[in-house]
Design a protein around this ligand. Structure first.
Ligand code: PA5
Length: 467
C-alpha cells in the first residue's frame, strides 16, 4: 500500500510557525472528524458518484467488451478530450507504460500506440493526424466528452469524422468510440445516429473525478494496463480511508488536516506536488486539475464570498532541484510540498565502473540511478527542513496499477474532505463553464451572441498599450 509520511511537516522539524504542532492537531481534530463523517455519509447515501467507481463491475465489463473488439487489430488509439476527459488518461499511460511505449515494435507493445489530443493547437492536431495517414484504417478514435459540446473536443471530433469519411469509406463509423452521457447531449445524439460504439460517462461523476470510469479505463485497457488491479487498488484505499477508526492513521484525514492547517493557520497557499519519478509526473498534472477546479471557489456553501483555494503546483525531482528549489527554500515561505517517492522503480540503470582516478566522479561508480534519485530526494527534504519549509512524502513501494489506483482514490477522497473543511462545493466548476460559454460567443454559436459581442469589445486591441 502507498503510505503518507509527514514528520517533516511537523513543528518539531520546521518550527511551530510553519509546522504542525500537537496543538494544531488537537485544534483541527473536531473539524476533521466531522468532515470525515460528512463525506462518509455522502458516500454511503450514494451521493458521491466517484466513490462507487472502484467497486462497479458494469463499467469494467463494458470497457472489456469494447477492448476485446478493438484491441487485436488497432495500431493506434487517439483520445480526443480535454481537462477531466484527458488528464487521467495521460497520467495512467505515463505511470504504467514505459516512456518509449509508442516507439516499441508492435510485437513488444501491449496495445495500440496512444495519442492524446488534449488541445486544439493546430500544429499538434495536424501533425498527429498526418502521422497516422497510412494507419487510419487501423486507428481507433475515442472521443470523450461528458457534456458532448466542449468546443475543443467537438472541433477535433468534426475534423476526425470528416477525415475518416473521406479516407476510410464504408466502415468509418466503426473507427470511433464515443464516451459521453448515456442518455443525452449532442455527441450522444450524433453517436447514435452514426452508429458508433459507446461508453458512458456517469452522470453523477464530474470530469476530474472520472479517471476510474470508462473515461480513463478504455484507453488504459487498450494499452495493456491491468484495470482490474487498478480498480482493486482504488477499492483498497476506499476501504482504508472510509473505515480507518483513528483519523490520525487515516492517510486522507491526515493529508487533509495538514493541507488545511498549512493553507489557513500556516499561511501556505501554494501546494506543490513533486514526484521523484518521471513515470509519476503526469499524476501531478491530474492532481493540479483536481485540486484547482474542486477547491478554487468564490463562495462558500451559504453563498458568502470567500475566494478560497490552495494553488496546486507541479515540480519534478530531481530535475526541478535545478530550477525551483532556490525559490522554494529562500523565497517566501508560502509552500507546502508533497514529494512522491518510489521504493522500487520499474527500470534500473547502473553507472559503469569508470573514472576511478577522477576524484570528482569516482563516488558515482557502480551506483544505481535509483539510489542517486533517492539520495537527491532525501537531500532536498533535508535542505527544505533546514530552511523551515514543511514537506510530506507519499511513498510508493512500486509503480503498478494497484498503487496508482490507491493514489487516485486517496486524492479524490482528500479533495472531498478539503471541500468540507473549506465549506465549499468541490464538485462544480462555474468558472470553467463561463469560459466555455465565452468561447461559444466568440466563435459565433447561436444563442451566445450577447456574450460574444461583449468579449469582442473587451478584446479589441487598444493601440496606446502596445509597446
Ligand atoms: O473537470 C471538469 O469538469 C472539466 O475539466 C471537464 O472535464 C472538461 O471541461 C471537459 O468537459 P467535457 O467532458 O464535458 O467535454
Amino acid at each position: 500500500m502507498i503510505q503518507l509520511y509527514w514528520k517533516n511537516a511537523t513543528a518539531a522539524v520546521v518550527g511551530a510557525r510553519h509546522g504542525m504542532s500537537p496543538g494544531d492537531m488537537e485544534k483541527v481534530d473536531a473539524q476533521i472528524r466531522s468532515a470525515h463523517q460528512a463525506v462518509v455519509e455522502q458516500v454511503r447515501a450514494g451521493k458521491l458518484g466517484y466513490a462507487k467507481l472502484p467497486v462497479r463491475d458494469d463499467y469494467k465489463q463494458q470497457v472489456r467488451a469494447l477492448v476485446d473488439r478493438y484491441r487485436k487489430d488497432a495500431t493506434d488509439l487517439v483520445v480526443l478530450g480535454i481537462g477531466g476527459s484527458a488528464l487521467g488518461n495521460l497520467a495512467l499511460q505515463a505511470a504504467l507504460n514505459p516512456s518509449n511505449y509508442n516507439s516499441l515494435t508492435d510485437r513488444v507493445r501491449k496495445g495500440p500506440r496512444l495519442h492524446v489530443l488534449d488541445n486544439v493547437d493546430p500544429a499538434l492536431v495536424s501533425e498527429t493526424l498526418k502521422g497516422l495517414t497510412r494507419r487510419l484504417p487501423t486507428t481507433v478514435f475515442n472521443v470523450i466528452s461528458k457534456s458532448g459540446e466542449t468546443a475543443e473536443t467537438a472541433s477535433q471530433f468534426m475534423i476526425v469524422r470528416e477525415l475518416l469519411r473521406r479516407k476510410v469509406p464504408g466502415n468509418w463509423a466503426e473507427r470511433i468510440v464515443a464516451t459521453t452521457d448515456r442518455e443525452k447531449g449532442t455527441l450522444h445524439d450524433i453517436a447514435r445516429a452514426d452508429g458508433y460504439a459507446m461508453l458512458p460517462v456517469p452522470g453523477d461523476v464530474g470530469g476530474r473525478f472520472s479517471v476510474l470510469s470508462p473515461v480513463g479505463l478504455f484507453s488504459a485497457a487498450m494499452c495493456g494496463i491491468d484495470i482490474d488491479e487498478l480498480l482493486a487498488g482504488a477499492a483498497a484505499m476506499k476501504e482504508k480511508v472510509e473505515n480507518a477508526g483513528d483519523w490520525r492513521r487515516n492517510p486522507a484525514c491526515v493529508l487533509a488536516a495538514i493541507k488545511y492547517v498549512m493553507f489557513t493557520a500556516k499561511k501556505k497557499p501554494m501546494h506543490v506536488m513533486m514526484p521523484y519519478s518521471n513515470r509519476l509526473y503526469l499524476l501531478s498534472d491530474w492532481y493540479r486539475q483536481l485540486w484547482a477546479e474542486s477547491l478554487g471557489k468564490a463562495v462558500d456553501r451559504k453563498g458568502n464570498e470567500i475566494f478560497t483555494g490552495p494553488t496546486p503546483i507541479k515540480a519534478l525531482g530531481a530535475t526541478d532541484q535545478h530550477s525551483q528549489i532556490q525559490l522554494y527554500r529562500e523565497g517566501p515561505n508560502d509552500k507546502f510540498t508533497v514529494f512522491l517517492e518510489v521504493e522500487t522503480h520499474p527500470g534500473e540503470t547502473r553507472v559503469p565502473d569508470v573514472f576511478s582516478d577522477v576524484p570528482g566522479l569516482a563516488y558515482l561508480r557502480r551506483k544505481k540511478l535509483s539510489k542517486l534519485l533517492t539520495a537527491e530526494k532525501q537531500a532536498t527534504e533535508y535542505a527544505m527542513a533546514h530552511s523551515k519549509r514543511p514537506t510530506a512524502t507519499i511513498r510508493f513501494p512500486e509503480i503498478r496499477p494497484a498503487t496508482v489506483g490507491q493514489f487516485l482514490y486517496l486524492y479524490e477522497f482528500t479533495t472531498s474532505l478539503m471541500g468540507e473543511l473549506l465549506d465549499i462545493n468541490p464538485y462544480d466548476q462555474p468558472a470553467v463553464e463561463l469560459g466555455k460559454q465565452a468561447t461559444f460567443g466568440l466563435m459565433k454559436r447561436e444563442g451566445y451572441e450577447k456574450i460574444g459581442r461583449k468579449i469582442r469589445r473587451f478584446s479589441k486591441v487598444d493601440e496606446q498599450f502596445l509597446a
